[in-house]
Write a protein that binds this ligand. Structure first.
Ligand code: SAH
Ligand code: SF4
Length: 353
């Protein structure tokens, strides 16, 4: 018996790759574009519903490729801000994704791993079992699965759900490229954001490849000991090396491409010297700062008072930093940053998938 070769995931192929796969079997190149549009533009995954394809070509596709295979097990909708959280299942692995509607944009937050191999002290995802990387198709399935449920088009995507994007670099970048493809959803690359806890090799590759996506660096502390106390990534990649690297390569980044994420934790990282040092780095790297009040309570860490949040924000702004106090949408459905833990019991059944 020959080795079993896994079929390619059809959702993860570019139009050109699809064409290269089907033309040796005698199929016309333009068929690849038709299939690509069904999948990526119309989010139709049932090959029998691809009405401009003949039945024998449909059979051929089913034979040759793996089609998206996922379920949306549950959803939870927020009555207060209309955000919605979805639990996607790919066999035994589950991840959560969040729909974040705003007046002028429709954002989604997607996961790149089932769980996370890191364990930041403030994050719910780090506390659950790590079940590995998602494939590019599984990442895309969240995007398209949510798009299928809504009439309004997705305009912004953040890879800020479960997992560390730069520990799944190839699949994340492939998914981003397909989402931005002009024959697909055609989402502007400036509206797609990758968030990393500071995986230096991934950051270097991202910069060297001149990737066009926005890059969010989850900083959360600007002194080595303080950062090490709350983020285990600090043992592997020192944030000062990351910042020095970004400073040396500043000219290769586009205006507005880099931003810092900074969770404000009461009594931990919002002292005047934190603000001063954070402002220094933000100015050096021309990075906008997204301030996120800690939105869960872990290990005695909690959200500061509104007054302290305001003071910290003001200390940055006074130093010329563009700092935004990000409200935490989806908080009441545990869909806010760091609250994704894939707990099925906490979600309610989805009526009509
Ligand atoms: N692993 C990547 C991306 C996913 S986490 C990263 O860490 O950047 C997405 C964002 O949620 C990060 O900025 C993370 O630090 C933030 N986050 C995690 N736990 C949080 C919490 N309890 N409150 C607010 N933000 C949190
Ligand atoms: Fe992983 Fe990011 Fe959560 Fe840290 S904050 S545990 S890196 S998902």
């Amino acid at each position: 018996m020959g080795a079993v070769v896994a079929k390619p995931e059809i959702l993860a192929l570019t139009e050109e790759e699809l064409a290269a796969q089907i033309t040796p079997d005698g199929h016309k190149k333009f068929r690849a574009q038709q299939v690509f549009q069904w999948l990526h533009l119309k989010q139709v995954f049932d090959v029998r519903k691809m009405t401009n394809l003949k039945a024998d070509f449909q059979d051929y596709l089913l034979e040759k490729f793996n089609f998206p295979d996922f379920q949306i097990l549950n959803q939870r909708q927020s009555p207060s801000d209309h955000t919605a959280k979805y639990l996607f299942a790919y066999g035994k692995r589950q991840v959560e994704s969040v729909w974040l509607p705003y007046e002028n944009r429709q954002s989604i937050c997607v996961s790149v791993q089932s769980g996370c191999s890191l364990d930041c002290s403030f994050c719910a995802t780090g506390k659950i079992a790590f079940k590995g990387n998602l494939t590019a198709g599984e990442i895309l399935a969240q995007v398209y699965g949510m798009q299928q449920l809504y009439e309004r088009r997705i305009t912004n995507i953040v890879f800020m759900g479960m997992g560390e994007p730069f520990y799944n670099y190839d699949n994340v970048l492939r998914a981003a490229d397909l989402i931005a493809h002009q024959h697909g959803l055609n989402i502007s690359r400036r509206r797609i954001t990758l968030s990393t806890s500071g995986v230096l090799p991934g950051i270097k590759r991202f910069v060297e490849e001149k990737q066009p996506y926005r890059l969010a660096l989850s900083l959360h502390a600007v002194f080595p000991e303080k950062r090490a106390a709350i983020m285990d990534i600090e043992e592997k990649f020192n944030f000062l090396d990351v910042l020095e690297y970004l400073r040396a390569h500043r000219a290769e980044l586009q205006q507005g491409q880099l931003m810092f994420e900074y969770i404000m934790i009461d009594g931990v990282n919002i002292f005047p010297d934190d603000a001063q040092e954070l402002a220094r780095w933000a100015n050096l790297l021309r990075a906008k700062v997204n301030l996120i009040p800690m939105n869960t309570e872990f290990n005695g860490m909690r959200r500061p008072s509104d007054e302290k949040i305001y003071d910290f924000w003001r200390a940055l702004v006074e130093r010329g930093v563009v700092a935004v106090n990000r409200k935490s949408p989806a908080k009441d459905i545990d869909g806010a940053c760091g609250m994704l833990a894939g707990r099925q019991a906490e979600t309610t059944a989805l009526d009509s998938p």
